[in-house]
Design a protein around this ligand. Structure first.
Ligand SMILES: *[C@@H]1O[C@H](CO)[C@@H](O)[C@H](O)[C@H]1NC(C)=O
Length: 473
């Protein structure tokens, strides 16, 4: 009898979940859901607990399912749809964390580099680091993560160009790496994931660097970034579009033909942060050019941009900024000019083939404050690796049990009282929770209307709890 009860309990708790999440693609200067054909605005945070030392031989931000479960429940409570991770170790397994993110409706923007040796370009002497070992690391990351539909995009580099010297040495190497990643995906990967670059927002090369990185050299090879990320800390405290300089920021990217978003934002000189910029970033003052952004950053590091902090046991303490960002996101209505964006994405519906990404414009002979006049570097060993492929498992979604959706860790609020609303991952019923909140402005009239939640089922789950065939819900 007692045994019977225990057995029943065990059977009921084998609760398998797998999911379908729509890949995001690019048309014109916007991201869109490849199944729903709806524009996609990035609403997210940067996630690298431990900072640059948060990756090692044994661990990285997406390798421990227990920590992922703890943090993904908090991501959902914050109301985000995307995280950016700066460094992972491709020799570790990330299947479970990626599946947890997918069922939570959260996408990943992943940098392919790490601070470890042979895993990044040296900005001043990039030729010394553009080698086989480095390329192997990058291709392994690409091969593993391109297989997950919720990998939104890759960053080929982050702030590699950050002063006048690196602006001389690095641009052609970044472009070469973009070329190599794209060639690798064309040869070995089913889904072509967008490749971009995340920039330090320096006025010296604010427009010249993205223009160069997206341009087509006419060599017949694809050497163009598909989108651009801007790390911007210029909106501090209470500002307006004008006083913050965001008006000029937007204007400066008007001629860039591809998507742009803030890959880091959230100035912390005035604390606690109020995140007033959130409303502006997702307003029609910006959404014609910018596709949202990522707040720097989830976990508190020495530079004090955190929303939460772990204690030595891995329990979480929320920081004041967590609440103010959560509030900004929960009040948020994303608004955009429906006419303009629909025109952009209503072209041929395709599944992340090269044709659906935005065409690059031809390269100019010179770019302000950056050096681009030599041929792109080429390395025969890297070329041959692009042909033969690297040995690395492709990622795959895995079955989960109900237990996987929560963690052993505790979450405490700012005042040390247990915070009960983010203990379990909720299964998203559509891949994008912010659909409901999107307000569209039709271009022919200024009348706002609330968009109905999409009826299309874009994510299906299978629950197996009684030994019968899986059924969709
Ligand atoms: C990934 O997306 C493709 C294209 O929409 C779809 O055919 C496939 O079933 C998806 N895979 C998973 C595991 O969700």
């Amino acid at each position: 009898m007692v045994l019977g009860v225990i057995l029943t309990f065990l059977v009921l708790s084998i609760w398998a979940v797998t999911g379908f999440v729509e890949p995001i693609s690019i048309k014109g200067r916007h991201f869109y859901g490849s199944q729903t054909n709806q524009p996609f605005f990035i609403k997210g945070v940067d996630y690298q607990p431990g900072g640059s030392s948060g990756v090692s031989g044994g661990t990285d931000p997406l390798s421990d399912p227990e920590s992922c479960a703890r943090d993904i429940a908090l991501f959902q409570d914050l109301g985000i749809n995307t995280i950016r991770v700066y460094s992972i170790n491709p020799n570790l397994n990330h299947d479970k964390c990626m599946t947890l993110l997918a069922i939570a409706g959260i996408y990943l923007v992943l940098d392919v580099n790490s601070p470890l040796k042979n895993q990044h370009l040296n900005r001043y002497e990039p030729w010394s680091t553009y080698n086989e070992l480095y390329a192997e690391h990058v291709f392994k990351v690409v091969q593993e993560f391109a297989a997950f539909n919720n990998t939104l995009a890759f960053f080929a580099g982050n702030e590699i160009v950050n002063d006048r010297i690196s602006a001389k040495a690095s641009p052609i190497f970044i472009k070469a790496l973009v070329r190599d990643m794209k060639a690798y995906m064309a040869n070995h990967i089913e889904r072509i994931v967008p490749v971009g670059y995340s920039a330090a927002d320096d006025l010296l090369f604010r427009t010249s660097l993205p223009d160069y990185l997206q341009c087509d050299e006419g060599s017949g090879e694809d050497t163009s970034i598909d989108f651009y990320g801007v790390n911007s800390y210029q909106w501090c405290g209470k500002q307006t579009m004008q006083s913050s300089g965001y008006d000029i920021l937007v204007k400066d990217y008007e001629n860039f033909p591809k998507p742009v978003f803030l890959s880091e934002y959230g100035c912390n000189t005035i604390r606690p942060r109020g995140f007033q910029e959130v409303e502006t970033i997702y307003s029609s003052d910006m959404t014609h050019i910018f596709s949202g952004g990522l707040v720097y950053e989830f976990h508190q590091e020495a530079n004090e941009y955190g929303l939460i902090k772990y204690d030595s046991y891995g329990n979480v303490r929320l920081l004041p900024d967590f609440h103010s960002l959560r509030k900004s996101f929960s009040n948020l209505q994303i608004s955009y000019d429906k006419g303009v964006i629909e025109k952009e994405i209503n072209g041929k519906k395709g599944f992340l083939s090269k044709e659906v990404m935005t065409k690059a414009t031809a390269c100019d002979s010179e770019y302000e404050n950056i050096v681009t006049d030599s041929k792109l570097p080429d390395n025969p060993e890297i070329r041959s690796m692009i042909e033969t492929g690297v040995v690395s498992d492709k990622g795959k979604f895995v079955l989960l049990t109900k237990k996987d959706l929560s963690s052993k860790f505790k979450v405490f609020d700012v005042n040390n009282i247990p915070y009960g609303q983010a203990t379990t991952i909720k299964i998203a019923d559509s891949s994008n929770q912010n659909r409901e909140e999107i307000t569209t402005i039709s271009s022919d009239s200024s009348e706002k209307k609330k968009k109905k939640k999409s009826k299309n089922v874009i994510m299906k789950f299978f629950f197996k709890n009684d030994g019968s065939e899986p059924h969709s819900t």
